[in-house]
Write a protein that binds this ligand. Structure first.
Ligand code: C5P
Length: 216
């Protein structure tokens, strides 16, 4: 059994790389950012007052998140196509500060990973969700490089995008994610740092495959 934890800021290429590693090694991929996005989407849709702990708890108790074939479902509804906007990025970042949200999602993440080989990406996987993961990577890149990648991704999927807005959003989320009290984004002591600013996807993939070899 091998668990590969990939943490890092938004737009560093975590999900692209994690998916490729999972496919190559025939393992399950768990996108924890999609879970925070799903909750952010639902809170925004239902105008949940995120400062009201009882309301947050109540809505969470009635929320079921499922993954199937790379898609994410919230109470049975496929919302995969709706959670990748800058607005939902922001909503996810806001709701990821809430202890009720984190404890529900961290428990779900550990449950999904129980007893099997997985690639999991997020912000606190190596430090908190899977502290005993066999391979830990901290994947990062220059903020402008990350903004440009997200911009290209949005255009490719036929959505409108504004590079300046995305750049500001990335910097704001970096700040929020690294400064929150609960499980902030930080490199685990035993994680390997990969700065992908000047690396191709295949170079990153090769590095990770080298780390995984021999631990499987
Ligand atoms: O990775 P992605 O950009 O989809 O994550 C969206 C947001 O969810 C992040 O900005 C972060 O606030 C939150 N998140 C988190 N912990 C994780 C994964 C994501 O707090 N493990």
């Amino acid at each position: 059994m091998i668990r590969i934890a990939i943490d890092g800021p938004g737009g560093a290429g975590k999900s692209t790389i994690a998916k490729m590693v999972a496919e190559k090694m025939n393992m399950e991929y768990i996108d924890t950012g999609a879970m925070y996005r799903a909750i952010g989407w639902m809170f925004a849709k239902n105008k949940v007052n995120t400062e009201d702990s009882a309301e947050v708890q109540d809505v969470l108790e009635r929320t079921v998140i499922d993954f199937d074939n790379g898609k994410i479902f919230l109470n049975g509804e496929d919302i995969s196509g709706e959670i990748r906007t800058p607005e939902i990025s922001k909503a996810a970042s806001v709701c990821s500060k809430l202890p009720e949200v984190r404890s529900k999602l961290v428990a779900l993440q550990r449950e999904i990973a129980e007893g099997k080989s997985v690639v999991m990406d997020g912000r606190d996987i190596g430090t908190n969700v899977l502290p005993n993961a066999e391979v830990k990577i901290f994947l990062t890149a220059d903020p402008m490089v990350r903004a440009k990648r997200r911009y290209d991704q949005l255009l490719e999927s036929g959505k409108e995008a504004d590079l300046d807005f995305i750049f500001e959003d990335i910097k704001e989320r970096d700040y929020q994610d690294t400064h929150r009290k609960l499980n902030p984004l930080q490199q685990a002591e035993d994680a390997v740092l990969l700065d992908t600013s000047d690396m191709t996807i295949n170079q990153v993939l090769d590095e990770i495959m080298k780390m995984a070899e021999g631990k499987n």
